[in-house]
Write a protein that binds this ligand. Structure first.
Ligand code: URA
Length: 264
């Protein structure tokens, strides 16, 4: 027991040290954001759509054709302002899908989720706690295009905002299609927006994290729920270092589930 505790303490301090190592400075044009007159109210301040409960009986979409549909999508205003649609990245055989809120500046430029500082931190967490690379898991977002305060300045930094309920509703079916194609054993929701949207739980992330839930959408028929583990968004860890430890605990729970198929 003493030895196990000593090992856990060693793992935790190695993880904290790895996360504290400098993240790369990412280039950005540094253009100032011009405020828009009436920005949409952020999702966090308005009720978010609750999950659909119906089962889609169609065969799972082919991911490449789905990615093409997302690339051409203009179902909401985000599709008109984005530089690139950000479909998702990783293995189509992944046992776990990480879901964030929506692409930011770096993601919009690259067309790939979690490539900014939050993404670098997510990569470190995957590596140090789970021994996984981003190509071993699947990473996607609730909305596939960059929600901007001012859609006319996609080159501006600091132009991010949370997605609105309308944007979330428009984009939501794409994520379920991705999940139906990948058939993961579990989903990790990163932060409160992804957690609220996927679980319909309207509580702060600090109260919800660290517990397993069933995904309310029956993608694979009754009695085969995907497990959902909410945790903090990596951006929250960049702002508040104290959250690293709880995130470590959550990732340990995930590791145990991935190794044993059982919830601890
Ligand atoms: N934050 C997110 O929620 N998603 C990304 O892809 C990047 C940052």
């Amino acid at each position: 027991m003493k030895r196990e505790l000593a090992e856990a303490a060693r793992d935790l301090s190695a993880y904290i040290k790895a996360l504290d190592e400098n993240l790369a400075e990412l280039p950005h044009p540094g253009v100032k954001v011009r405020p828009v007159s009436a920005p949409a109210a952020p999702a966090a301040e308005r009720p978010l759509p609750v999950p659909a409960t119906t089962m889609n009986k169609q065969p799972p979409a082919d991911m490449d054709s789905l990615a093409l549909r997302v690339k051409k999508c203009r179902k909401c205003q985000l599709g008109h302002a984005r530089l690139n649609a950000v479909f998702g990245v990783g293995s189509y055989n992944a046992k776990v899908v990480f879901v964030g809120e929506g692409p930011g500046f770096q993601e919009d430029h690259k067309g790939e989720p979690f490539v900014g500082r939050s993404g670098q931190l997510l990569d470190k967490i995957l590596e140090t706690v789970l021994g996984l690379k981003r190509s071993d898991v699947y990473i996607a977002n609730i909305v596939k295009c960059h929600p901007m305060k001012n859609p006319e300045t996609p080159e501006a930094h600091g132009n991010d905002r949370p997605p609105t309920p309308e944007e979330i509703s428009a984009c939501r079916p794409y994520l379920d299609e991705q999940l139906r194609a990948i058939k993961p054993a579990c989903i990790v929701t990163l932060g409160s927006v992804a957690t609220k949207v996927l679980l319909g739980i309207d509580k702060g992330i600090s109260l919800v994290r660290g517990h397993w839930y069933d995904y309310p959408v029956e993608l694979f028929g009754p009695g085969h729920p995907i497990k959902v583990l909410p945790t903090y968004h990596p951006a929250a860890l960049l702002r508040n270092s104290n959250l690293k430890r709880d995130t470590w605990e959550d990732m340990k729970m995930l590791k145990s589930f991935l190794e044993t198929g059982k919830i601890s």
